[in-house]
Design a protein around this ligand. Structure first.
Ligand SMILES: [Mg+2]
Length: 162
């Protein structure tokens, strides 16, 4: 069910990486919108609901940090995870000061990526629903020892409930 999927925006100018990561995440219950430029990411986020964005730092056109700032300015609840290549860790750390939830170094394995996306989505749900961390962990109790996928699915239920 589409409704049970987490809406993910991925922007990266390395098209092969973009395609493979999108496929992996679509197979794990994410609804993925994949674009190769910051400008396209901003456009896509205006047209589609996005829970979490995964943003490459180094891109032609508007870079990852500018994309991050624009996304955060326009979408109050969206959380952004920065993807960074070799040698750009300092810039990635800067991005967390500009509102990024966290950053991951490329190439990243799928487990680390899922973990980062789970935490970012948890933050989004906590902020949007004004749930404190302690209360959220209580709500997640049954699944907190579960896999990131189980937790993501539980978070989705909490996000969707009124
Ligand atoms: Mg790049």
């Amino acid at each position: 069910m589409e409704n049970n999927k987490i809406n993910l925006l991925i922007v990266d100018d390395e098209v092969h990486f973009l395609e493979s990561i999108s496929k992996s995440l679509e197979a794990r219950d994410f609804k993925v919108i994949a674009v190769d430029r910051g400008e396209k990411a901003l456009e896509a986020a205006r047209k589609n609901p996005i829970d979490v964005a995964l943003v490459d730092l180094k891109m032609p056109g508007i870079n990852g940090e500018e994309t991050l700032k624009a996304l955060k300015a326009e979408h109050k609840w969206m959380e952004v995870v920065i993807l960074t290549g070799h040698g750009t860790i300092d810039s990635a750390v800067e991005c967390t000061k500009s509102g990024a939830f966290s950053f991951l170094q490329k190439p990243c394995n799928l487990d680390d990526l899922l973990e980062a996306l789970k935490d970012a989505y948890k933050k989004k749900v906590m902020n949007r629903k004004k749930i404190e961390e302690k209360k959220m962990d209580e709500l997640l109790k049954i699944s907190i020892s579960g896999s990131p996928r189980e937790i993501l699915s539980r978070l989705r239920e909490i996000d969707k409930a009124d």
